[in-house]
Every structure is written in C-alpha cells, then in structure tokens.
Ligand binder design. Sequence first.
Ligand SMILES: Nc1ncnc2c1ncn2[C@@H]1O[C@H](COP(=O)(O)OP(=O)(O)OP(=O)(O)O)[C@@H](O)[C@H]1O
Length: 713
Amino acid sequence: MADSSGTRTEHARTSDVHGDDDPDIRAERAYLATARAALHRMHHDVVSTETQLTAAAEDNDNFAERLFQKRAREMRALLLVDLPDVPLFFGRLDFDPGTAYPGSVDVERLYIGRRHVHDGAGDPLVIDWRAPISTAFYRATRDDRQGVRLRRRYGFSGAAELTAYEDEPLTGLQADGGDGTGDGAGAAGAFLAAEIERPRSGPMRDIVATIQPEQDDLVRAPLERTVCVQGAPGTGKTAVGLHRVAYLLYTERDRLGRTGIAVVGPNRSFLSYIRRVLPALGEVNVTQTTVEEMIGRAAAHHREDPAVARVKGDGRMAEVLRRALWSHVSRPTEGIMYAKGSYRHRVADHEVSEILAGLRGAMRYGPGRTAAAKRIAHAVLVQMERRGESPDDRTHSAVARSQPVRRLLDQVWPKVTPEQVLFKLLSDAEFLAGAAKRDLAPEERELLLWRKPSRSWRSAKWSDADTALLDELADLIERTSSIGHIVLDEAQDLSPMQCRAIGRRCATGSMTVLGDIAQGTSPSAVGGWTGLLLHLGKPDARLETLERGYRVPAQIIDYAARLLPEIAPGLGAPASARRSPGALRVSAAAARGELGDMLVRTCRACLKGEGSVGVIAADAALPALHGRLLAEGLEPASLAENEDAMEDSRLVCVPATLAKGLEFDTVVLVEPAEIVAAEPRGLNRLYVALTRAVSALHVLHAAPLPAALGDAG
Ligand SMILES: Nc1ncnc2c1ncn2[C@@H]1O[C@H](COP(=O)(O)OP(=O)(O)OP(=O)(O)O)[C@@H](O)[C@H]1O
C-alpha cells in the first residue's frame, strides 16, 4: 500500500483490503463474532444480576446510597453496550511463548480493543487498550520487542465490518527500503496515513488504534504530576488529552470517581466537535466545559475591549482585588454591649479591634467574619464568667448570632458579594486608586473604570474578562472546591487571571495542559508556558513538546510556518509526518467582488470529492459568503449560527475566531488580509486558520497577502 508521500511502507507484509475468501479474514471475522456474542452475554449478565440487586437494594433506607448504587449499576451496564459502528478490537499481538504473561505459556495471542471482553469461563477475548499489557501494542519495536513477534492492525468498513489487516513482524530480517521514518510502532505506516486521511464527516474520532509512541507516553503519564504539552497544529494534543482522560479513568477510577475529572475547551463548537471521542472510548461520564462556563458565576454579557482585557487579565489584578475586598474590614469606633437579663456585658472597641486584626487576611473573608463573631462572643462570655455565670456552648452560639454582634460586624466586617466589590472597583475612581496602590499605572486605572457605570451592581453588564475577576473575589470570600484532574485544551489563550481561576479548581489535583504558543490569539494571553504554569499554581509540571504533526501535510504546514518568526520567534518549525502533492493552492482574484464567484467554483469542485469542506473567513465577512453559498444551493451550514454545524453538512462556514481546534479534509480560506486586520493578534489567527486542513488548502484572495505568505512557492 502506498502511503501519502507515495513511498511504500515495506515493514507491512499485508495491508490491502482482503476478499471474503481470504482464510485469515474469515478467521478474524469469526473471532470478532465470538467476542461480540461474549460482550452481549456480559451485558445480559450485568443487567439481570443488577435487576436482582436493585430489588434487594430497595430495602436500603439510605436514599443517597440507593441512588449512588443505582447509578453505578446503570454505568456498568452502559459500558458493556455494543456500539454497532465501533469495532470491538483494532489490533493483535502475537507473543513469544511465555512472555505475554510471565509464567504462562498458554497465552501467545492477545486482541487489543476499546474495552475488556471475556468468555464464559472468564478468559480474556479482548484486552482493554489501557491495560498495562497493551502498552506493547503502542511501544514495541524491533529493537525493544517486549516479547512481541508480530503486531497486526485491522481495517474496518464504515459499518465496523473487518475488511483488512496489516502485519508488522518484529522478528527476523528487516525488509529493505524502509521509508526512513524507522519501523516499529513509530512509523508513519500505511494504516496511520489511511486513518488520518479517511474522509471526515461530523465530529472528531478517537485515535486509539494508531496512537504513536510519543503520544502514548503522555497518555499513560501518572496522575500525580501535571503534564504540559506544547505542540504545533495537528500534533495530536487534543487527541492525547482525551485518550489520557480515558486512561486515567481506567487506572484511577476509584480516586477520580470521588474527586472528579473535567475537560476544558475554548468554546461550545469545539466541545461539540470533540464530544464523541470519550463515549467511543467507553467513558460517558466526563464533564466537558468551556473556560467561561467553568468560571462563570455571571454569564458574560459582552467581549471586553482588548486594551481593557489586557489589564483585567493581568496577574497584578489578584492583589488589587485582595486589597479591594479586605478594605471592607474597618476599625470599630465603639465596642459592643450585650444585655442579658439586668446585666450589661461590654467588650471595648480596642478589644474588638485586636480580634479583627488577628483574623484579617488569616483566612478567607467569609469564614473570617464567622470567626470574628465567635471571638467577640467569646469575649462576652469571659465577662459573663467574671460575673459568676457559667455560660455553655449554646450561650456562645446565641451570643455570636445575636443582634448586637451582627450589627457590629455589619459595620466592621460586612457581608459582601463579589459583584458588589467589583462594581465598586470599576465605578469608583477613589476606591480603585486605594486598592491599586502602585500596582497599576494611572492610565491602566483609567482603562478599568467604566465610562457609564450601571446604577447598581445588580444591573451591571459583566464582560468575559470580568468573570475571572468575580471568580477571584468569590474565592477570596469562600474557598472554591477542587477536583481531581483537569484537561485544559488551547491553554495558550488564557490570561493570568483565567489561569488562576482554572488552577484553583484543581488546587489539590493535577492537570494536563495542552496548547501551542503560536496559536495564542487572546490579547491578554500569558505568552509562555513557565508563566502560565505559575499562574495555574503548577510550577513543577512536566513540560513536553510534540513535534510530529499528523493533521497537516508538509506543504501546508511549511507555508503556514513562514509566519512563525513574526508570531512566535523561538518556536521551532513544525515537522509533518505526511506529504501530499498539490495540497496547497493560492489563487488571486482581480477584485474583491470576484471572490464570491471564485468561492462558489472552488466549493463546487471540492464537494465533488469526499470528506468535509470548511470555508474560513474573517468573522465580519462570513455571513455574506454563507449567504452566497446558500443562494447557489450548496447547502452550507454555518458555525456562527449553529455549534453542531459540522454534523449537519459537509460544507461548513467557519468564522476565523471559531476555527481553533477544528479540522476539515479541505479548507477554503478567504481573504487572509481581512483575518489579519480584524484583531491585534490577527497573524496568529491566520496561522490557526491555515493549519486546519487534512488534505488540501485553497487560499483565495483579492487583497495582498501578508508579506511572509506573498509567494506560495
Ligand atoms: N496517532 C494518530 N493516529 C491517527 N490520527 C491522529 C494521530 N494523532 C493525531 N491524529 C489526527 O490528527 C488530527 C489532529 O489532532 P489534534 O486535533 O489532536 O491535534 P492538535 O495538536 O490538538 O491540533 P491543534 O493545535 O491544531 O488544535 C486529528 O484528526 C487526529 O485524529
């Protein structure tokens, strides 16, 4: 079989589609049928045992426990459902006798699949790809065979019917004429190229059958330590993150079942695009959310102006907010008088002052107020004891909750909400100056202040940048709870304040941080991994780089990489694992008015082939282009109108600001100059748009291209 660059992958002994009369194919299909039947039996067993257990569990008085057990049973059954379009196994390992399981000479052959399947006697028919023994499927090479004699990979038709296999012997003489990428699991073999180039329809697919060794290393990294992955477009960062979630849930299910795991992506259309991967890997219970949804206590009303966003996103704001909040605690002008019967118990103002000073900043604001009430009550109780009374715990809490204590605290340690504090900060120049001290320059304070403040904090229109500030305040008031693990995709766009907000949500857990500095488009982005990890609270993270790009053919990635010296100096040029002749076409129109016709012609031609076609243009230009394609009857869907557009049509119109993380078999990129001009980091946005294509990129332009792209070469 020829790979995408036209060379033959010699290590593969057999890789063509086999006919029904091929005895090996017949045997493998029979094995697949046996495994399917076994899975159905396992499912049936779980459902019927669970029905009996459910009947027994109805007697359990503990409602929460009953609910938990029921959910766990439903999950067990759900994991064993046979998905008709997902093949039960995708690979096979043949071992030297006695090496698969040390001490056992019986097992020489293992089938690797998306989940574990066993026969009636409990013997495995399919091994879960996440099991330790399956590592050899991804890592064994001729130099380090790990007991493996032969690795077999299977090809399936759309309906999950087994139609082909590719054998890779790891013993014996190596075939001549390798393609230079090395043999073994790391080779960009025929199956890998075929898998990548298989035409796309709808959401992202899993890559479990072809995970590459450098990716596998990250997927199987231990839970304890945060991992941060820098990788050029299409190196598989998103795929690695999602497979890592599935892996961690397999190896650490008890721990993560209790503490939780979440995937955080840049926007809803991205989440829609990746939402099928985890269910296909058997994981249906993972929270997938955007940064804004995760942080947002108030829904963002509008996008912040870039200059203001830069100040609001800056890490210095943390200290400004801290001061703003704690400035609400003030010195009492008088003490407290607590009346009980005919007695008056007094605590002097200086004593209250001392109590407040001891607590101020020593704990979070909310618990601080509660502690202050308790300590003031304690001082009252001391007075009572001096008068010969013997107050107990009930008296203590009654005094702490009494009106005089509450009234005093409302003056000196008032209850506040994040919205109240931020409203004051953004609308009161004097208050802002007091909180900012020398941390913000006068012109930065000027930027922060609202031109036309709303009448009260209740009617304030918060921006996306404000949500991270509100979150910071919320955490200063009450501790935010932490989950076990967060996979943070496209992390390069986060501002320091957003990093702090995400980081505090797994303060006691670990993270998988994924991104590409060159794709940073946010004006308030941190700009480097060391700083970003610091703001996330994970300075000890393991920093790794993925260098081999799988999505984008070399011709396209080399073209896009011409922008790198300008947008990310110091970042090495990405290397593509694939070449694809004719992948890049740049066409100039004589005038802007001709671009529409050109677009229609290009889309018509692209739609004659297979796979998805994405039309990417500046956000402002997109509606007109979409309208034109609609009028021509090409039935495009628009991602600007519908986050599931990629499922609804082969032809999708994509505003440049939503292209991040997505991919299409063919991309038609309209008028790069408009994308560049639309925002401060327009060149970075163009780099993202240029790197979305799996097979072909057509650039259509009337205005001059950015200098670096001038000559398509
Ligand atoms: N080992 C692999 N086998 C098959 N396909 C792969 C493999 N690695 C990556 N791919 C494919 O390459 C494409 C890019 O992967 P992915 O989206 O994870 O890259 P990325 O690094 O997150 O890219 P970007 O930075 O552009 O968002 C996807 O179609 C993915 O399925």
